[in-house]
Each structure stands twice: as structure tokens, then as C-alpha cells.
Design a protein around this ligand. Structure first.
Ligand code: ZN
Ligand code: ZN
Length: 346
């Protein structure tokens, strides 16, 4: 079968022929992949960014960690699923042995590994996954929405960590798929206003417009910062960063209300300067958000299955696996919001 893989510890990915997995091993299920999203993380792996060098010992490895599909076969000991069941897969696998795993917080595992990074992922027709990390898809959820669950968990988690409530004014930095998800989850949590901030992000603002949002600032515009300050007026209750741009931290703090909360839900690629006086004077709080726990998965699945039309515009491109490299290009250029590959379409 074809698979989109990271082959060597240097920049680049390749589509290659690999053996399809055999019968799943004990406790695992073999999933026939229906839809798999290309993530910003996949682009960093393609670039061979510093944070991903720990993957080197797993190479070559098939990428793809945002996917859903149909159970094709189950391994020994699996009783929760049978062939034909539709599932989304949680890609971060706990070791089962460390203190957080033993305490039931497997998302906090100290030795976790990831499907699509340290073991074969979903950019292929078939992938094996532990049954314990499969979640049954609600009836009626489309495959495209199934592939949006994993990226939406970040927004679901950020909105809870930020304690967004009815009537809040919320701003989201970064209009990509993670920011789009955070904006949608903020609205579903009752935010009265959701303002999204980007940088040369016309196509992604267009997606947000289709989702029903209409308040944006592009910081690349000459008067970008001034516009944002004008929109902020008395300040936002909650800011969520999904931009990966360290420079937005001080900007975000400066547009919060006193006692406002800034949730950082993206990984900046270099150290971020922090104006501590802004934080102290504003009595604001900075909160980190990563490694979505099971409750964020439940929130994301519920939001997607109850509001399919809200999230549908996020998928701007659907491609065959063979077109995967074009999908990477579309994500990298930010022409696309979410690119979904369909390994079993042909
Ligand atoms: Zn991802
Ligand atoms: Zn563990």
C-alpha cells in the first residue's frame, strides 16, 4: 500500500510503497483509514524542526495522526470493537507504567509515544491502533468531521482552561485550523463576541467568514495593532493563542481586561519575550494548554456531532493520498484551512 512517510532525519517526506499491516496484535485494532488531516506538526516534521529529532530512532515512519476510519480486524482480547465499527483514534499513547498513567492521566504520560510520529500513522490505507485509544464515532458523524476531532481537541481544551462563559468577549490569535476550532468552541460556550487576529491570513479569514465569524484584524495591515486596540476597547475577557508566533504574547496581554486570562495553546518555535509589567499591572493570568485529556475529546466529538454545519467550512481541500505532497504545500502556503487526505477513496 502507499504511505506518506518520514524516511530520513533530514528535511522532506515521501510517498512510498510499504507492506500493509498484518492482523493486529493483542489489544489492537486494524483501522481502514477513511479521512486523515494534515497538521502543522506534520509540516514541522517535514522541515525536520529541532523539536522532532527524538523521532529519529523510529524512522522510517508513516505520518498522519488526525484520522478516523472503519475497524477492519480486531486483535486478541479486543471486545469493545468489531469489524465495521467507525472510530476516531487518539494518537498519543501512554506507557501504562509511569505515575500519571497509573493515576489514570495517560495524557500526562512521561514516556508517551504517538501514532504518526513514533509508530505508523494514518497517511496510508490501513493503520494499527490500540483499542483503548479508539473512540466510537457517533452515528451520523461524517468521515471529514471525524478527522477534525483531533485538531478540535485543542480548542475544546483551551476554551475550558480559559473558562470562557456566556457573554464573554474572546479574541483568538492565529486563524488556522486550531484557531478556527477555538473560535467555534468559544462561541458554543456562549461568548458574545469572538475576534480573530491573523497575519496575512486572507484565505483563513474567508473560512472563518463561512463559519459565521465577521470580526478580524490582520496584523500585517499598516494599522493592524491600532485596529486591534480599537476593537478591544475595554479589553477582552479571554485571549487564546493558536498562532505559534511568540510576538503575540505581549500583544495579547495588552488587549485583555484586568484579571483577563490568556491561554497559550500553540508551541512557539523560539523563545517568547514576556513583558512582565503588562501581566502584573493587568492582574492577568497566563495559562498553558497542551496534551488534550479525554474530556476535551468528548467535548470535541459532541460539538462536531451537534453542529456539523459550523465546522464544515474548515475542510477546504479533500485530496487522494497520492496527492499528499500537494496537500502539504497547500497547508504550508496557508491557502488551505484543513487539508484532508482520503487514502481509501480510489
Ligand atoms: Zn495535529
Ligand atoms: Zn506513562
Amino acid at each position: 500500500m502507499l504511505a506518506l512517510r518520514k524516511v530520513a532525519p533530514r528535511p522532506g517526506v515521501a510517498i512510498e510503497n510499504v507492506d500493509a499491516p498484518e492482523m493486529p496484535s493483542r489489544g489492537e485494532v486494524l483501522v481502514q483509514v477513511a479521512a486523515v488531516g494534515i497538521c502543522g506538526t506534520d509540516l514541522h516534521i517535514d522541515d525536520w524542526a529541532d523539536g522532532f529529532h527524538a523521532m529519529a530512532s523510529a524512522l522510517p515512519v508513516t505520518l498522519g495522526h488526525e484520522f478516523c476510519g472503519r475497524v477492519h480486524a480486531v486483535g486478541e482480547g479486543v471486545t469493545a470493537f468489531k469489524a465495521g465499527d467507525r472510530v476516531v483514534v487518539q494518537p498519543a499513547i501512554g506507557c501504562g507504567k509511569c505515575a500519571p498513567c497509573q493515576a489514570g492521566a495517560r495524557h500526562d504520560c512521561l514516556n508517551r509515544s504517538a501514532i504518526g510520529m513514533h509508530r505508523a500513522g494514518g497517511f496510508a490505507k490501513y493503520v494499527s491502533a490500540p483499542a483503548d485509544y479508539c473512540i466510537a464515532m457517533p452515528p451520523g458523524m461524517s468521515d471529514l468531521h471525524g478527522a477534525l476531532v483531533e485538531p478540535l481537541t485543542t480548542g475544546a481544551q483551551a476554551v475550558k482552561i480559559g473558562e470562557v462563559k456566556e457573554g464573554d468577549r474572546v479574541t483568538v490569535f492565529g486563524p488556522g485550523p486550531i484557531g478556527q476550532g477555538a473560535a467555534a468552541m468559544a462561541r458554543l460556550a456562549g461568548a458574545a463576541e469572538v475576534h480573530v487576529v491573523g497575519y496575512r491570513d486572507g484565505p483563513r479569514f474567508a473560512t472563518l467568514r463561512k463559519m459565521g465569524f465577521d470580526s478580524f484584524t490582520d496584523l500585517a495591515d499598516d494599522d493592524g495593532e491600532a485596529t486591534l486596540r480599537k476593537v478591544a476597547r475595554g479589553g477582552f475577557d479571554v485571549a487564546i493563542d493558536a498562532s505559534g508566533a511568540p510576538s503575540v504574547i505581549n500583544t495579547g496581554l495588552s488587549v485583555l481586561k484586568p484579571y483577563g486570562v490568556f491561554v497559550i495553546a500553540s508551541m512557539p518555535d523560539h523563545e517568547a519575550p514576556l513583558d512582565v509589567m503588562l501581566l502584573v499591572r493587568g492582574r492577568t493570568q497566563l495559562r498553558g494548554c497542551s496534551r488534550a485529556p479525554d474530556w476535551a475529546w468528548a467535548d470535541a466529538i459532541e460539538a462536531l456531532s451537534k453542529n456539523p454545519a459550523l465546522f464544515a467550512p474548515m475542510v477546504t481541500h479533500e485530496l487522494a493520498l497520492e496527492e499528499g505532497l500537494e496537500g502539504f504545500r497547500l497547508m504550508r502556503s496557508r491557502e488551505a484551512s484543513k487539508v484532508i487526505l482520503r487514502p481509501n477513496a480510489s
